[in-house]
Design a protein around this ligand. Structure first.
Ligand code: IMP
Ligand code: MG
Length: 332
């Protein structure tokens, strides 16, 4: 804080929604900008309800937070309107005029292109929508009647907020290993997912950022095709309690143990100043619901210490269960 960029360090699904929503409540975040697109689902478990958000920023849980979708994003209009209704944020969410629009024809292109099918895309058509934007033929938010009440200048709003000392989160999507530039190409998403790209999509210069928080899960998962170093068979993942079904697509996630070399790379490319480690309770079931570091079992403390020793960045937030408040907060 005041301006923190939150990004994923692996292949997405590290638990960014949980970390961002916790910070919203705990730090009373004033402004949250989401970037990316509808392919990413951020899970937020709040007051007994589970949300899988494709468009609305995860800070919606703090009712005073201004919610924004940055100019670099691609908005799916129907999904946006559905989630605005679901989360009841109509009066406090804004969309940049220059956001580009993802349409049914883009999803169709994702589904019918053999190349894209081979990559195992989420099927929303994000790659084709970005292609259309690059050709300079895309529709923008300002062209869409249903979006008129939400239009704003996100870069101006967020820079004004930062300049007046307000607390801001830039909420990235997916993870570095899915980056078009830095990931496992061609098995990647259609855009860069690094902290720099998040700033660029939001319209915030690098000198305005105070913290870059990289989120890692305590083990790795990926959906779709492409390499996953150390991958274990599904039966083994089930046995270990690592087996997951994707919130967004319902697809089964592949899994592998935490990989320090990949994590080091994510820290370097993102310029990490802080780390969050989620699902520690999947490695150490006794951790479930623990909210004080001192109450962690010895094995779990050793794992956290090993992460900090090998990666050289402090682990400030630790997830110990699905609820937004199942967190150990080690920030001063
Ligand atoms: P696309 O982003 O839909 O084009 O899919 C490209 C690759 O990125 C596929 O392997 C997807 O499974 C993966 N991917 C895209 N978004 C997410 C996400 O939010 N979480 C996990 N994987 C994702
Ligand atoms: Mg997800």
């Amino acid at each position: 804080m005041p301006c923190t960029v939150v990004v994923g360090g692996f292949w997405g699904d590290e638990g960014k929604g949980k970390i961002v929503s916790y910070m919203a409540l705990k730090d009373k975040v004033d402004v949250c900008v989401r970037v990316g697109s509808v392919n990413a689902a951020h899970t937020v478990c709040f007051e007994g309800k589970r949300y899988a958000l494709h468009m609305v920023p995860s800070c919606f849980v703090y009712e005073k937070c201004r919610l924004l979708i940055g100019a670099g994003a691609n908005v799916h209009v129907a999904k946006f309107l559905e989630e605005v209704e679901l989360t009841n944020v109509k009066s406090r969410i804004g969309v940049d005029r220059q956001v580009s629009i993802i349409e049914e024809k883009h999803a169709e292109q994702d589904r019918t292109s053999a190349h894209l099918r081979g990559i195992g895309t989420t099927g929303w058509g994000v790659g084709p929508a970005i292609e259309e934007r690059v050709r300079r033929t895309a529709k923008l938010a300002k062209d869409i009647p249903e979006l008129q009440p939400y239009l704003t200048d996100v870069a101006l709003e967020v820079n004004n907020a930062i300049d007046s000392g307000k607390k801001v989160i830039l909420e990235g999507t997916q993870g570095l290993m899915l980056s078009l530039f830095h990931g496992t190409y061609p098995y990647v998403t259609g855009r860069d997912t690094s902290a720099s790209a998040v700033c660029s999509e939001a319209g915030v210069g690098p000198t305005k950022v105070d913290e870059v928080l990289v989120v890692f899960k305590s083990f790795m998962t990926r959906v779709g095709a492409g390499p996953l170093p150390g991958e274990i068979p599904k039966e083994e993942a089930v046995k270990r309690g690592w087996f997951e079904i994707a919130a967004g697509t319902g697809r089964e996630r592949r899994s592998a143990p935490f990989n320090f070399e990949i994590a080091k790379r994510a820290i370097m490319v993102n310029g990490a100043t802080q780390l969050a480690l989620t699902k520690l309770d999947a490695l150490y079931p006794e951790c479930k619901g623990v909210r004080r570091y001192d109450d962690l079992p010895k094995g779990a403390k050793n794992f956290v210490a090993e992460v900090e020793r090998q990666l050289g960045v402090p682990v400030v937030l630790i997830g110990t269960g699905p609820d937004v408040l199942d967190i150990i907060d080690r920030r001063t």
